[in-house]
Design a protein around this ligand. Structure first.
Ligand SMILES: Nc1ncnc2c1ncn2[C@@H]1O[C@H](COP(=O)(O)OP(=O)(O)OP(=O)(O)O)[C@@H](O)[C@H]1O
Ligand SMILES: CCCCCCCCCCCCC/C=C/[C@@H](O)[C@H](CO)NC(=O)CCCCC
Ligand SMILES: [Ca+2]
Length: 561
């Protein structure tokens, strides 16, 4: 702490009651000065959670802040916690206390000291943010949420924002990849997981561009990103927000951004042959989750309900798919997916992973190359193979909890440990699979079923047949994807995949319709599913996934225990 911050104490009024207020540099406390010593009420606010200190009696209103001129008063805004009705996590709201001082001089002294303490604690806070609002995400409330709730909070905290309301899909990603970002501390999306994914691809791509690294080489250690990402949840699932904050609440997320919280996050790269297809943080899923997404895209007009409808339809279609899953196991000494732990704020498994990352950073390249975590696609000895028919194959870098599944796809997965959990659901009878799905919504162990296996892994490969060249099957998949996108595009606009060949993107409508017809022939009983990558359909079946430890940082702190 800075030497010039002194302890300040005084008797101040809050409303009609007198309090003994103390500012220590780290905390602001006020204790009621009542005669009844036993019932003394103390409020203690860490300075790191003070949002703003204002002159006078100040109220926050949707248009900004309103100040009543009272020359012996000051107002402190801070983070206030309440328990959430919909989850075990804590909701944050804006606390406000108006203090009255005996004199104007004393008030000025409090304001000066409080602001000085705040400056000392706010080095990691953003001063300038680039905000992207998707006006069509979720229940289409993005613009309203930002204007009425979030913009005024950022203004109160002294954060200057450049706001872009998007007019097309991928605008936010392209902006981050191409435009001048000088002076921005972070990028924020107001939207769902799809918007987050745009920011993720923009930030990772931009960082690799600037570092001169090729994202297409799956063996490369990527450069971790300095630009933080903030999420104001306004989508349908908001899984990334829920799994990193514990609740989907725009004000809670805005407050995490304001106080500059920082949560590292593992990212999985998905490659097809030697091209990067996409990045994922929550779900790379084949079979059930791929089919649900493909079905739901046809019904975007239903809004968030489309997933319930699609889930029911796909469950009733009772499909399973043949394939070969290969994986590189993670070191079992650090953790395992069935150890019944939860990754919470300050998680020791993730902290140890940070230490190892620091120890084996690219600067210590000689150490790194001899370390066992070095990745190579060709080290066949390390790969474990599972061949069969699967209901679902899912890979998740984190728990992937969301309101539908409060503990998530893998309740003990970690946000920042450099591993992902591979969940293999082998073919089973419909009731067995329903039990598995139902356990996502309860606290019952979804891995304690005879047809389910879970592995903590560093990388995964998927192919249709052992050693087979997959060109024919790839065509079938592409046809299925293109036709499904054709149907969905009337609602959601066109989508591009990084590894999608230019000729596919430039196809004439005529050709696309032919492809669509071809698909409809095979979609009655498809022999292949599609991959769901954080809510986007991938145009390839044979993929290689690799976990990149702590590649990005969010304005979050994990779930508070
Ligand atoms: N102006 C726009 N017009 C059309 N699509 C857009 C626009 N802005 C963003 N998008 C795209 O819309 C898709 C969905 O948006 P978003 O993620 O915000 O909401 P959602 O799909 O309802 O929520 P979730 O992803 O949580 O299910 C994103 O993939 C994004 O690329
Ligand atoms: C009998 C009751 C059965 C109920 C089954 C509920 C199962 C819920 C599991 C939820 C898992 C969410 C995984 C997260 C995926 C996100 O990256 C992605 C983008 O938002 N969402 C989807 O693909 C949307 C996919 C939604 C699938 C339901
Ligand atoms: Ca992880």
């Amino acid at each position: 702490m800075d030497g010039h911050l002194v302890r300040l104490e005084a008797s101040l009024w809050v409303g009609k009651n007198r309090f003994w207020a103390v500012l220590t540099g780290w905390h602001l406390n006020w204790t009621e000065l009542s005669k009844n010593i036993r019932n003394k009420m103390t409020v203690s606010i860490p300075v790191s959670e003070v949002v703003s200190v204002q002159v006078g009696r100040v109220h926050l209103i949707p248009q900004g802040s309103l100040s009543e001129d009272a020359d012996r008063d000051f107002t402190v805004f801070y983070v206030k916690r309440t328990s959430s009705r919909s989850s075990n996590a804590l909701l944050w709201s804006l606390g406000r206390t108006q203090f009255s001082c005996p004199s104007r001089d004393l008030r000025d002294q409090w304001i000066t000291q409080l602001r000085m303490a705040l400056k000392t604690h706010s080095r990691s806070r953003p001063r300038r943010l680039l905000v992207f609002i998707n006006p069509f995400g979720g229940k289409k409330q993005g613009r309203n949420i930002y204007q009425s709730l979030i913009g005024p909070l950022f203004e109160l905290a002294g954060i200057s924002c450049h706001v872009v309301v998007t007019e097309r899909a991928n605008q936010a990603r392209d902006h981050i990849l191409k435009k001048d970002l000088t002076g921005f501390d972070g990028v924020v999306c107001v939207g769902g997981d799809g918007m987050f994914s745009e920011l993720l691809h923009g930030v990772i791509g931009r960082t690799q561009q600037e570092a001169g690294l090729s994202e297409h080489d799956p063996t490369l250690t990527l450069q971790s990103c300095d630009l933080h990402i903030g999420i104001i949840p306004a989508g349908s699932t908001d899984c990334v927000c829920f799994a990193t904050v514990g609740v989907n609440d725009p004000v809670t997320s805005a407050l995490h951004i304001i106080i500059g919280d920082s949560q590292p996050l593992d990212v999985c790269s998905v490659h097809h042959r030697s091209s990067l297809v996409r990045y994922s943080v929550s779900l790379v899923g084949y079979g059930f989750y791929g089919d649900v997404l493909a079905e739901s895209e046809k019904h975007r007009w239903m809004g968030p309900l489309r997933y319930d409808y699609a889930g029911t339809m796909v469950y009733l279609s009772n499909r399973s798919y043949a394939g070969v899953v290969q994986y590189i196991p993670a070191d079992p000494q650090f953790s395992n997916p069935r150890d019944n732990t939860r990754c919470l704020s300050g998680c020791s498994v993730c902290s140890k992973s940070t230490e190892r990352l620091f120890l084996y950073s690219p600067d210590a390249s000689s150490l790194y190359s001899s370390h066992s975590s070095q990745f190579s696609c060709d080290t066949d000895g390390e790969w474990v193979s599972v061949e069969g028919r699967f209901r679902a194959v899912s890979l998740t870098c984190m728990s992937s909890s969301c309101p539908r599944s409060p503990l998530g796809l893998s309740p003990s997965a970690h946000l920042a440990d450099g591993t992902a959990d591979l969940i293999i659901v082998r073919d089973t009878h419909p009731l067995g699979f329903l039990t598995f799905l139902h356990r996502h919504t309860t606290t019952q162990d979804q891995f304690d079923l005879p047809f389910v296996d879970v592995h903590r892994v560093k990388a995964v490969r998927f192919s249709l047949r052992p050693g087979a060249e997959d060109d024919e099957d790839e065509d079938v998949v592409k046809k299925r994807v293109l036709a499904e996108e054709d149907e969905a595009s009337s609602q959601s606009g066109s989508k591009q995949h990084l590894a999608e060949p230019a000729d596919e993107r430039d196809m004439t409508n005529d050709k696309r319709l032919k492809k669509k017809r071809a698909l409809l022939c095979c979609s009655k009983a498809p022999s292949v599913s599609v991959w769901n990558c954080d809510g986007e359909i991938l145009p390839y079946t044979e993929i290689l996934c690799r976990v990149h430890c702590q590649l990005v940082r969010l304005y979050a702190r994990g779930i508070e225990g």
